[in-house]
Write a protein of this length. Structure first.
Length: 262
């Protein structure tokens, strides 16, 4: 139900701002992400460390009013985690997940002056929609180490039973592949001219959805279960270069042919 509301919001905003100034262009940057447990017993049992990743895609910015913008993007991104154990000192589960992400942020611009130079900075917030594509990781614990000192390299698969997977897969039988969250952003805007923008954006992402509410990640060759009642969190630094889509429309009606003198 929430996902339908988000999609309706995107379509409604696109129609509402059809005549507004629209900036579009590439966006990319690094991620620094981890997961969080709600259950206190799990927080005591496991330690969580962040991992680096990246994102890249296309961004669009709609000018709503003079200082207000709606900014969204369609991204391929990687997020992940490193899990170690307190009861098992050999436990190490490092995984990077792949996502298609659509953050939607409503921002307000501010102007500041340093010396003779004026620059823009902005603050904003909004929802984040993520579609979980899969992931790749490495895993080892004490039982695995008794058989081999090398970690198990594995891929994340969905909706398979433990009997259907091989030794290089981890299955989540009931995944929540559409995961929602909240963005809180701040950044700087540089405008070489009125038709171009360079945005530097720092975003904190707070996940709302669990990876799964009813199942854990299961391996074929070990009794270890990767807890899926966790939420994504992290920081994302983005650089985007945007240009005004309506430059050509503004040029219509302006003849470039010089009139001949009679």
């Amino acid at each position: 139900m929430c996902t339908r509301l988000y999609l309706f919001l995107i379509l409604w905003l696109s129609a509402s701002f059809a005549n507004a100034q629209v900036f579009v262009g590439p966006i990319a940057g690094p991620n620094y992400s981890w997961v969080s447990f709600d259950d206190k017993d799990l927080r005591d049992e496991y330690n969580v460390k962040p991992v680096f990743g990246f994102h890249a895609g296309v961004a669009a910015s709609f000018q709503v009013r003079k200082r207000f913008f709606l900014t969204t993007s369609l991204l391929y991104s990687t997020k992940g985690k490193i899990i170690t154990g307190n009861s098992d000192p050999l436990l190490n589960n490092k995984v990077r997940y792949q996502y298609i992400s659509m953050p939607i942020v409503y921002t307000v611009d501010f102007r500041s002056t340093v010396g003779n130079k004026v620059f823009k900075w902005y603050l904003g917030a909004g929802p984040n929609i993520n579609y979980w594509l899969g992931g790749k990781g490495t895993f080892i614990n004490s039982p695995v180490a008794e058989l081999s000192p090398d970690p198990i390299a594995y891929s994340v698969v969905f909706r398979k039973s433990p009997e259907e997977i091989n030794d290089t897969e981890m299955t989540v039988e009931d995944p929540n592949r559409i995961q929602l969250g909240l963005n809180i952003v701040s950044g700087f805007a540089f405008e070489p001219n009125q038709y171009q923008k360079i945005l530097l954006l720092l975003r904190y992402e707070l996940g709302h959805s669990f990876f799964s509410r009813t199942s854990n990640g299961l391996f074929a060759s070990t009794f270890y279960e990767d807890v899926m009642q966790v939420r994504n969190q992290g920081f994302r630094l983005s650089v985007s270069y945007l240009f005004d889509l309506k430059i050509q429309e503004r040029k219509r009606g302006k003849s470039t042919i010089k009139k001949k003198k009679i």
